[in-house]
Design a binder for this molecule. Structure first.
Ligand code: HEM
Length: 423
Protein backbone atom coordinates (compact mmCIF):
# COMPACT_ATOMS: atom_id res chain seq x y z
CA UNK A 1 0.00 0.00 0.00
CA UNK A 2 1.56 3.35 -0.98
CA UNK A 3 2.35 5.75 1.83
CA UNK A 4 0.27 8.50 0.24
CA UNK A 5 -1.98 10.76 2.24
CA UNK A 6 -4.73 12.83 0.93
CA UNK A 7 -4.70 16.52 1.82
CA UNK A 8 -8.45 16.27 2.47
CA UNK A 9 -7.97 13.02 4.45
CA UNK A 10 -10.02 11.04 1.95
CA UNK A 11 -8.75 7.45 2.03
CA UNK A 12 -6.50 6.35 -0.82
CA UNK A 13 -7.92 3.15 -2.32
CA UNK A 14 -6.03 -0.17 -2.33
CA UNK A 15 -3.99 -0.72 -5.48
CA UNK A 16 -5.99 -2.59 -8.10
CA UNK A 17 -4.59 -4.87 -10.80
CA UNK A 18 -4.56 -3.26 -14.20
CA UNK A 19 -3.52 -4.40 -17.69
CA UNK A 20 -4.97 -7.89 -17.12
CA UNK A 21 -6.15 -9.93 -20.16
CA UNK A 22 -9.75 -8.82 -19.49
CA UNK A 23 -8.60 -5.19 -19.44
CA UNK A 24 -7.02 -5.50 -22.89
CA UNK A 25 -10.26 -6.88 -24.34
CA UNK A 26 -12.17 -3.80 -23.13
CA UNK A 27 -10.10 -1.14 -21.35
CA UNK A 28 -12.64 1.67 -21.53
CA UNK A 29 -15.09 0.24 -18.97
CA UNK A 30 -12.29 -0.40 -16.46
CA UNK A 31 -10.78 3.05 -17.03
CA UNK A 32 -14.17 4.75 -16.58
CA UNK A 33 -14.68 2.91 -13.27
CA UNK A 34 -11.24 4.02 -12.05
CA UNK A 35 -11.93 7.60 -13.11
CA UNK A 36 -14.93 7.60 -10.80
CA UNK A 37 -12.84 6.25 -7.89
CA UNK A 38 -10.27 9.06 -7.55
CA UNK A 39 -8.27 11.51 -9.72
CA UNK A 40 -5.17 9.34 -9.18
CA UNK A 41 -5.59 5.65 -8.35
CA UNK A 42 -2.77 3.31 -7.28
CA UNK A 43 -2.64 0.32 -9.59
CA UNK A 44 -0.31 -2.68 -10.04
CA UNK A 45 0.88 -3.94 -13.43
CA UNK A 46 0.95 -7.71 -14.13
CA UNK A 47 4.71 -7.82 -13.46
CA UNK A 48 4.12 -6.23 -10.05
CA UNK A 49 5.10 -2.60 -10.56
CA UNK A 50 3.06 -0.11 -8.54
CA UNK A 51 2.05 3.08 -10.33
CA UNK A 52 -0.62 5.80 -10.15
CA UNK A 53 -3.22 5.88 -12.89
CA UNK A 54 -4.49 9.21 -14.17
CA UNK A 55 -7.71 8.95 -16.18
CA UNK A 56 -9.29 12.42 -16.22
CA UNK A 57 -8.74 14.75 -19.19
CA UNK A 58 -7.87 17.89 -17.18
CA UNK A 59 -5.50 16.05 -14.86
CA UNK A 60 -3.85 14.26 -17.80
CA UNK A 61 -3.26 17.51 -19.64
CA UNK A 62 -1.87 19.22 -16.55
CA UNK A 63 0.45 16.37 -15.58
CA UNK A 64 1.76 15.85 -19.12
CA UNK A 65 3.15 19.38 -18.94
CA UNK A 66 4.17 19.36 -15.25
CA UNK A 67 7.98 19.68 -14.82
CA UNK A 68 7.77 17.90 -11.43
CA UNK A 69 7.10 14.72 -13.40
CA UNK A 70 10.26 13.41 -15.03
CA UNK A 71 10.83 11.14 -18.02
CA UNK A 72 14.57 10.74 -17.42
CA UNK A 73 14.77 6.97 -17.45
CA UNK A 74 18.42 6.96 -16.39
CA UNK A 75 17.03 8.09 -13.01
CA UNK A 76 13.66 6.36 -13.30
CA UNK A 77 15.23 2.94 -13.70
CA UNK A 78 16.65 3.14 -10.17
CA UNK A 79 13.14 3.72 -8.81
CA UNK A 80 11.80 0.49 -10.29
CA UNK A 81 12.77 -1.77 -7.35
CA UNK A 82 11.24 0.69 -4.86
CA UNK A 83 7.86 0.51 -6.52
CA UNK A 84 7.10 -3.16 -6.22
CA UNK A 85 4.17 -4.06 -4.00
CA UNK A 86 5.05 -7.76 -4.03
CA UNK A 87 8.66 -8.66 -3.01
CA UNK A 88 8.42 -12.00 -4.87
CA UNK A 89 7.59 -10.25 -8.14
CA UNK A 90 10.32 -7.68 -7.55
CA UNK A 91 12.89 -10.50 -7.20
CA UNK A 92 11.60 -12.13 -10.39
CA UNK A 93 11.68 -8.79 -12.21
CA UNK A 94 15.25 -8.02 -11.12
CA UNK A 95 16.46 -11.54 -11.90
CA UNK A 96 14.97 -11.26 -15.37
CA UNK A 97 16.11 -7.73 -16.15
CA UNK A 98 19.59 -8.01 -14.62
CA UNK A 99 20.82 -4.44 -14.59
CA UNK A 100 17.19 -3.21 -14.19
CA UNK A 101 16.84 -2.75 -17.90
CA UNK A 102 16.45 -4.89 -20.95
CA UNK A 103 17.87 -2.15 -23.15
CA UNK A 104 21.46 -0.99 -23.27
CA UNK A 105 21.77 2.68 -22.27
CA UNK A 106 22.61 3.68 -25.85
CA UNK A 107 19.02 2.97 -26.93
CA UNK A 108 17.54 5.31 -24.36
CA UNK A 109 19.54 8.53 -24.57
CA UNK A 110 16.77 10.01 -26.68
CA UNK A 111 14.41 12.91 -26.17
CA UNK A 112 11.35 10.93 -25.07
CA UNK A 113 13.32 9.57 -22.10
CA UNK A 114 14.92 12.86 -21.08
CA UNK A 115 14.11 16.15 -19.35
CA UNK A 116 15.31 19.70 -20.08
CA UNK A 117 18.00 20.81 -20.76
CA UNK A 118 18.91 17.52 -22.55
CA UNK A 119 15.43 17.26 -24.05
CA UNK A 120 15.48 20.86 -25.31
CA UNK A 121 18.81 20.34 -27.05
CA UNK A 122 17.87 16.99 -28.65
CA UNK A 123 14.45 18.16 -29.81
CA UNK A 124 15.93 21.32 -31.37
CA UNK A 125 18.58 19.39 -33.28
CA UNK A 126 16.14 16.73 -34.48
CA UNK A 127 13.52 19.34 -35.38
CA UNK A 128 15.96 20.71 -37.96
CA UNK A 129 15.90 17.42 -39.86
CA UNK A 130 12.33 16.28 -39.22
CA UNK A 131 10.67 19.11 -41.11
CA UNK A 132 7.14 19.69 -42.41
CA UNK A 133 8.59 19.82 -45.93
CA UNK A 134 10.05 16.33 -45.56
CA UNK A 135 6.71 14.96 -44.32
CA UNK A 136 4.71 16.63 -47.13
CA UNK A 137 7.12 15.27 -49.71
CA UNK A 138 6.25 11.73 -48.59
CA UNK A 139 2.57 12.05 -49.54
CA UNK A 140 2.74 10.76 -53.15
CA UNK A 141 5.00 7.87 -52.14
CA UNK A 142 2.65 6.84 -49.31
CA UNK A 143 -0.32 6.92 -51.71
CA UNK A 144 1.52 4.85 -54.28
CA UNK A 145 2.74 2.30 -51.73
CA UNK A 146 -0.73 2.00 -50.13
CA UNK A 147 -2.30 1.37 -53.54
CA UNK A 148 0.25 -1.36 -54.27
CA UNK A 149 -0.67 -3.08 -51.01
CA UNK A 150 -4.38 -2.72 -51.81
CA UNK A 151 -3.73 -4.31 -55.24
CA UNK A 152 -2.15 -7.23 -53.38
CA UNK A 153 -5.21 -7.60 -51.15
CA UNK A 154 -7.68 -7.39 -54.04
CA UNK A 155 -7.14 -11.01 -55.08
CA UNK A 156 -8.06 -12.41 -51.67
CA UNK A 157 -11.47 -12.97 -50.17
CA UNK A 158 -10.21 -12.89 -46.57
CA UNK A 159 -7.13 -11.05 -45.25
CA UNK A 160 -5.55 -9.96 -41.99
CA UNK A 161 -5.37 -6.20 -42.41
CA UNK A 162 -2.78 -5.79 -39.64
CA UNK A 163 -0.28 -7.88 -41.59
CA UNK A 164 -1.35 -6.79 -45.09
CA UNK A 165 -1.73 -3.05 -44.55
CA UNK A 166 -1.58 -1.55 -41.04
CA UNK A 167 1.94 -2.78 -40.36
CA UNK A 168 3.72 -2.41 -43.73
CA UNK A 169 2.84 1.24 -44.39
CA UNK A 170 4.25 2.88 -41.21
CA UNK A 171 7.18 0.47 -41.07
CA UNK A 172 8.17 1.16 -44.67
CA UNK A 173 7.75 4.92 -44.21
CA UNK A 174 10.14 4.81 -41.24
CA UNK A 175 12.60 2.79 -43.32
CA UNK A 176 12.39 5.48 -46.03
CA UNK A 177 12.96 8.22 -43.46
CA UNK A 178 15.93 6.44 -41.92
CA UNK A 179 17.26 5.30 -45.28
CA UNK A 180 17.20 1.56 -44.40
CA UNK A 181 17.81 -0.28 -47.72
CA UNK A 182 15.02 -2.68 -48.86
CA UNK A 183 17.22 -5.79 -48.48
CA UNK A 184 17.84 -5.08 -44.77
CA UNK A 185 14.20 -4.48 -43.85
CA UNK A 186 13.12 -8.00 -42.87
CA UNK A 187 15.98 -8.36 -40.38
CA UNK A 188 15.32 -4.81 -39.16
CA UNK A 189 11.68 -5.75 -38.64
CA UNK A 190 12.59 -8.88 -36.68
CA UNK A 191 14.84 -6.98 -34.24
CA UNK A 192 12.30 -4.21 -33.92
CA UNK A 193 9.49 -6.69 -33.06
CA UNK A 194 11.64 -8.35 -30.45
CA UNK A 195 12.69 -5.05 -28.92
CA UNK A 196 9.19 -3.62 -28.61
CA UNK A 197 7.98 -6.85 -27.01
CA UNK A 198 9.73 -5.47 -23.90
CA UNK A 199 10.65 -8.98 -22.69
CA UNK A 200 13.95 -9.42 -20.84
CA UNK A 201 14.94 -12.61 -22.70
CA UNK A 202 18.40 -13.43 -24.16
CA UNK A 203 16.83 -13.25 -27.64
CA UNK A 204 15.78 -9.65 -27.01
CA UNK A 205 19.22 -8.75 -25.70
CA UNK A 206 20.78 -10.26 -28.84
CA UNK A 207 18.37 -8.25 -30.98
CA UNK A 208 19.38 -5.02 -29.22
CA UNK A 209 23.07 -5.76 -29.82
CA UNK A 210 22.41 -6.48 -33.52
CA UNK A 211 20.22 -3.39 -33.87
CA UNK A 212 22.87 -1.13 -32.34
CA UNK A 213 25.63 -2.56 -34.55
CA UNK A 214 23.42 -2.19 -37.62
CA UNK A 215 22.47 1.42 -36.82
CA UNK A 216 26.10 2.31 -36.08
CA UNK A 217 27.13 1.03 -39.52
CA UNK A 218 24.16 2.72 -41.20
CA UNK A 219 25.10 6.07 -39.64
CA UNK A 220 28.67 5.65 -40.81
CA UNK A 221 27.46 4.98 -44.35
CA UNK A 222 25.27 8.13 -44.26
CA UNK A 223 28.31 10.11 -43.15
CA UNK A 224 30.41 8.98 -46.09
CA UNK A 225 27.58 8.81 -48.65
CA UNK A 226 24.73 11.13 -47.60
CA UNK A 227 21.38 10.34 -49.23
CA UNK A 228 17.98 12.05 -49.28
CA UNK A 229 16.83 10.73 -45.91
CA UNK A 230 16.42 12.00 -42.38
CA UNK A 231 19.31 10.00 -40.96
CA UNK A 232 21.70 11.66 -43.42
CA UNK A 233 20.28 15.02 -42.33
CA UNK A 234 20.60 14.10 -38.65
CA UNK A 235 24.27 13.24 -39.17
CA UNK A 236 24.78 16.70 -40.69
CA UNK A 237 22.62 18.89 -38.40
CA UNK A 238 24.39 21.25 -36.13
CA UNK A 239 23.30 24.14 -33.99
CA UNK A 240 25.88 26.73 -32.92
CA UNK A 241 28.64 24.15 -33.08
CA UNK A 242 26.53 21.48 -31.34
CA UNK A 243 25.91 18.12 -33.03
CA UNK A 244 24.36 14.77 -32.18
CA UNK A 245 26.92 12.20 -30.97
CA UNK A 246 26.92 8.72 -32.51
CA UNK A 247 25.15 7.26 -29.46
CA UNK A 248 22.51 9.99 -29.65
CA UNK A 249 22.04 9.28 -33.37
CA UNK A 250 21.56 5.57 -32.69
CA UNK A 251 19.11 6.30 -29.92
CA UNK A 252 17.19 8.79 -32.04
CA UNK A 253 16.94 6.36 -34.96
CA UNK A 254 15.65 3.73 -32.54
CA UNK A 255 13.10 6.16 -31.05
CA UNK A 256 11.82 7.12 -34.51
CA UNK A 257 11.52 3.46 -35.42
CA UNK A 258 9.54 2.48 -32.32
CA UNK A 259 7.52 5.68 -31.80
CA UNK A 260 6.94 6.04 -35.51
CA UNK A 261 5.53 2.69 -36.46
CA UNK A 262 4.16 0.91 -33.37
CA UNK A 263 1.72 3.75 -32.84
CA UNK A 264 0.66 4.39 -36.43
CA UNK A 265 0.06 0.68 -37.03
CA UNK A 266 -2.58 0.86 -34.32
CA UNK A 267 -4.13 4.10 -35.57
CA UNK A 268 -4.72 2.29 -38.86
CA UNK A 269 -5.92 -0.91 -37.17
CA UNK A 270 -8.15 0.67 -34.52
CA UNK A 271 -9.47 3.34 -36.91
CA UNK A 272 -10.38 0.75 -39.54
CA UNK A 273 -12.11 -1.38 -36.92
CA UNK A 274 -14.07 1.64 -35.65
CA UNK A 275 -15.40 2.27 -39.17
CA UNK A 276 -16.22 -1.40 -39.75
CA UNK A 277 -18.31 -1.26 -36.57
CA UNK A 278 -20.00 2.06 -37.44
CA UNK A 279 -21.64 1.86 -40.87
CA UNK A 280 -23.30 5.28 -40.50
CA UNK A 281 -19.92 7.00 -40.09
CA UNK A 282 -18.65 5.06 -43.08
CA UNK A 283 -21.54 6.31 -45.21
CA UNK A 284 -20.98 9.89 -44.03
CA UNK A 285 -17.35 9.67 -45.18
CA UNK A 286 -18.28 8.14 -48.52
CA UNK A 287 -20.62 11.04 -49.28
CA UNK A 288 -18.43 13.76 -47.73
CA UNK A 289 -14.68 12.95 -47.97
CA UNK A 290 -13.87 16.38 -46.49
CA UNK A 291 -14.73 14.76 -43.14
CA UNK A 292 -11.64 12.49 -43.23
CA UNK A 293 -9.28 14.72 -41.19
CA UNK A 294 -11.88 15.07 -38.40
CA UNK A 295 -12.60 11.34 -38.60
CA UNK A 296 -8.94 10.50 -38.00
CA UNK A 297 -8.91 12.81 -34.95
CA UNK A 298 -11.99 11.01 -33.69
CA UNK A 299 -10.36 7.57 -34.19
CA UNK A 300 -7.44 8.84 -32.10
CA UNK A 301 -9.80 9.91 -29.32
CA UNK A 302 -12.21 6.98 -29.49
CA UNK A 303 -9.64 4.18 -29.45
CA UNK A 304 -6.20 5.70 -29.90
CA UNK A 305 -2.87 3.84 -30.03
CA UNK A 306 -1.64 5.21 -26.69
CA UNK A 307 -4.88 4.41 -24.85
CA UNK A 308 -3.22 2.50 -22.04
CA UNK A 309 -0.48 4.76 -20.74
CA UNK A 310 2.41 7.13 -21.06
CA UNK A 311 4.90 6.93 -18.19
CA UNK A 312 6.54 9.41 -15.87
CA UNK A 313 7.77 9.53 -12.25
CA UNK A 314 7.43 12.21 -9.56
CA UNK A 315 10.55 14.13 -8.51
CA UNK A 316 8.64 15.67 -5.59
CA UNK A 317 5.20 15.10 -4.01
CA UNK A 318 2.48 16.06 -6.47
CA UNK A 319 -1.11 16.82 -5.54
CA UNK A 320 -3.69 15.55 -8.02
CA UNK A 321 -7.09 16.78 -6.90
CA UNK A 322 -7.64 15.24 -3.47
CA UNK A 323 -4.74 12.76 -3.74
CA UNK A 324 -1.10 13.37 -2.91
CA UNK A 325 1.32 11.24 -4.92
CA UNK A 326 4.61 10.95 -2.99
CA UNK A 327 8.00 11.66 -4.53
CA UNK A 328 9.70 8.83 -6.45
CA UNK A 329 6.52 7.09 -7.65
CA UNK A 330 5.53 6.10 -11.18
CA UNK A 331 2.58 7.81 -12.81
CA UNK A 332 0.79 6.38 -15.83
CA UNK A 333 -1.34 8.80 -17.75
CA UNK A 334 -3.98 7.03 -19.82
CA UNK A 335 -4.57 9.08 -22.97
CA UNK A 336 -7.44 6.79 -23.92
CA UNK A 337 -9.19 7.45 -20.63
CA UNK A 338 -8.60 11.20 -21.01
CA UNK A 339 -10.23 11.00 -24.45
CA UNK A 340 -13.34 9.41 -22.96
CA UNK A 341 -13.73 11.74 -19.98
CA UNK A 342 -17.40 12.88 -19.92
CA UNK A 343 -16.29 16.14 -18.26
CA UNK A 344 -14.54 17.01 -21.53
CA UNK A 345 -16.44 15.13 -24.27
CA UNK A 346 -20.20 14.79 -24.44
CA UNK A 347 -21.39 11.21 -24.93
CA UNK A 348 -17.74 10.09 -24.92
CA UNK A 349 -18.36 6.42 -25.73
CA UNK A 350 -20.01 7.33 -29.04
CA UNK A 351 -17.96 7.56 -32.24
CA UNK A 352 -18.84 10.93 -33.78
CA UNK A 353 -16.68 11.90 -36.76
CA UNK A 354 -18.08 15.43 -36.80
CA UNK A 355 -16.85 16.28 -33.28
CA UNK A 356 -14.53 19.26 -32.94
CA UNK A 357 -11.10 18.36 -31.59
CA UNK A 358 -9.24 21.20 -30.01
CA UNK A 359 -6.56 20.39 -27.42
CA UNK A 360 -6.69 16.62 -27.90
CA UNK A 361 -4.14 14.69 -25.84
CA UNK A 362 -3.91 11.67 -28.18
CA UNK A 363 -0.42 12.85 -29.22
CA UNK A 364 0.51 13.97 -25.70
CA UNK A 365 0.91 17.54 -24.54
CA UNK A 366 3.72 19.86 -23.41
CA UNK A 367 7.36 19.54 -24.35
CA UNK A 368 7.08 15.87 -25.37
CA UNK A 369 4.11 16.42 -27.70
CA UNK A 370 4.53 13.97 -30.56
CA UNK A 371 7.11 15.06 -33.11
CA UNK A 372 5.58 12.79 -35.75
CA UNK A 373 1.91 13.82 -35.36
CA UNK A 374 1.63 15.39 -38.87
CA UNK A 375 3.14 12.26 -40.44
CA UNK A 376 0.88 9.94 -38.42
CA UNK A 377 -2.23 11.92 -39.43
CA UNK A 378 -1.15 11.85 -43.07
CA UNK A 379 -0.59 8.07 -43.03
CA UNK A 380 -3.85 7.43 -41.16
CA UNK A 381 -5.90 9.47 -43.60
CA UNK A 382 -4.32 8.06 -46.74
CA UNK A 383 -4.43 4.42 -45.71
CA UNK A 384 -7.90 4.22 -44.14
CA UNK A 385 -9.61 6.40 -46.76
CA UNK A 386 -8.10 4.49 -49.70
CA UNK A 387 -8.93 1.15 -48.12
CA UNK A 388 -12.63 1.97 -47.82
CA UNK A 389 -12.77 3.63 -51.23
CA UNK A 390 -11.26 0.54 -52.84
CA UNK A 391 -13.35 -2.04 -50.95
CA UNK A 392 -16.83 -0.58 -50.39
CA UNK A 393 -18.15 -3.98 -49.22
CA UNK A 394 -15.33 -4.55 -46.69
CA UNK A 395 -16.54 -6.21 -43.49
CA UNK A 396 -15.24 -7.97 -40.39
CA UNK A 397 -14.62 -11.70 -40.90
CA UNK A 398 -15.24 -12.54 -37.24
CA UNK A 399 -17.50 -11.36 -34.48
CA UNK A 400 -16.03 -8.34 -32.61
CA UNK A 401 -15.83 -10.42 -29.41
CA UNK A 402 -13.42 -12.82 -31.14
CA UNK A 403 -10.86 -10.12 -31.92
CA UNK A 404 -7.63 -10.51 -29.94
CA UNK A 405 -5.95 -7.43 -28.49
CA UNK A 406 -2.26 -7.14 -27.70
CA UNK A 407 -1.24 -7.10 -24.05
CA UNK A 408 0.92 -4.00 -23.88
CA UNK A 409 1.42 -1.63 -20.96
CA UNK A 410 1.31 1.33 -23.34
CA UNK A 411 -0.34 0.58 -26.65
CA UNK A 412 -3.82 -0.51 -27.59
CA UNK A 413 -3.76 -2.55 -30.76
CA UNK A 414 -5.09 -5.68 -32.42
CA UNK A 415 -3.12 -8.89 -32.92
CA UNK A 416 -5.08 -9.46 -36.14
CA UNK A 417 -7.85 -7.72 -38.04
CA UNK A 418 -9.48 -10.42 -40.21
CA UNK A 419 -11.75 -8.97 -42.91
CA UNK A 420 -13.70 -10.11 -45.94
CA UNK A 421 -12.90 -7.90 -48.90
CA UNK A 422 -16.27 -8.48 -50.59
CA UNK A 423 -14.56 -9.55 -53.82
C1 HEM B 1 6.06 11.39 -28.67
C2 HEM B 1 1.75 9.48 -29.82
C3 HEM B 1 3.31 8.65 -34.34
C4 HEM B 1 7.67 10.31 -33.13
C5 HEM B 1 4.76 10.96 -28.60
C6 HEM B 1 3.91 11.06 -27.43
C7 HEM B 1 2.72 10.52 -27.76
C8 HEM B 1 2.79 10.08 -29.13
C9 HEM B 1 1.50 10.39 -26.86
C10 HEM B 1 4.29 11.69 -26.09
C11 HEM B 1 4.57 10.61 -25.06
C12 HEM B 1 4.80 11.16 -23.68
O1 HEM B 1 4.63 12.37 -23.43
O2 HEM B 1 5.15 10.35 -22.80
C13 HEM B 1 1.81 9.09 -31.14
C14 HEM B 1 0.70 8.53 -31.86
C15 HEM B 1 1.13 8.29 -33.13
C16 HEM B 1 2.52 8.72 -33.21
C17 HEM B 1 -0.69 8.28 -31.27
C18 HEM B 1 0.41 7.70 -34.30
C19 HEM B 1 -0.89 7.73 -34.45
C20 HEM B 1 4.60 9.08 -34.42
C21 HEM B 1 5.41 9.08 -35.62
C22 HEM B 1 6.65 9.53 -35.27
C23 HEM B 1 6.61 9.83 -33.85
C24 HEM B 1 4.92 8.65 -37.01
C25 HEM B 1 7.89 9.73 -36.10
C26 HEM B 1 8.14 9.22 -37.24
C27 HEM B 1 7.59 10.73 -31.81
C28 HEM B 1 8.73 11.28 -31.09
C29 HEM B 1 8.28 11.58 -29.81
C30 HEM B 1 6.87 11.22 -29.77
C31 HEM B 1 10.14 11.48 -31.63
C32 HEM B 1 9.09 12.17 -28.65
C33 HEM B 1 8.90 13.67 -28.59
C34 HEM B 1 9.61 14.29 -27.40
O3 HEM B 1 9.97 13.59 -26.44
O4 HEM B 1 9.83 15.51 -27.45
N1 HEM B 1 4.05 10.37 -29.62
N2 HEM B 1 2.89 9.18 -31.97
N3 HEM B 1 5.36 9.55 -33.37
N4 HEM B 1 6.50 10.71 -30.99
FE1 HEM B 1 4.67 10.04 -31.52
Amino acid sequence: MPSAQSPSQSPVPQPVELFTPAFHQDPHGALAALRQTAPAVPVVTPNGLRTWLISGYEQARELLADPRLSKDMRVGRDLIPRNFADPEKQRAFLAESGDHSQFPQVLSVHMLDSDPPDHTRLRRLVGRAFTARRVEALQPRIIEFTDELLDGIAGSERVDLMEALAFPVPFTVICWLLGVPPDDRSEFRRWSNLLVSGAGTPEVRDASVSMIAYLRALIESKRTEPADDILSDLVQVSDEGDQLSDDELISMAFLLLVAGHETTVNLIGNGTLALLQHPAAREQLATDPALWPAAVEEFLRYDGPVTNATWRFTTEPVEVGSVLIPEGEFVTISLGAAGRDPARYSDPDRLDITRSHSASVAFGHGIHHCLGAPLARLEGQIVISRLFARFPALRLAVDSTELRWRSSLMMRGLEELPVLTGR
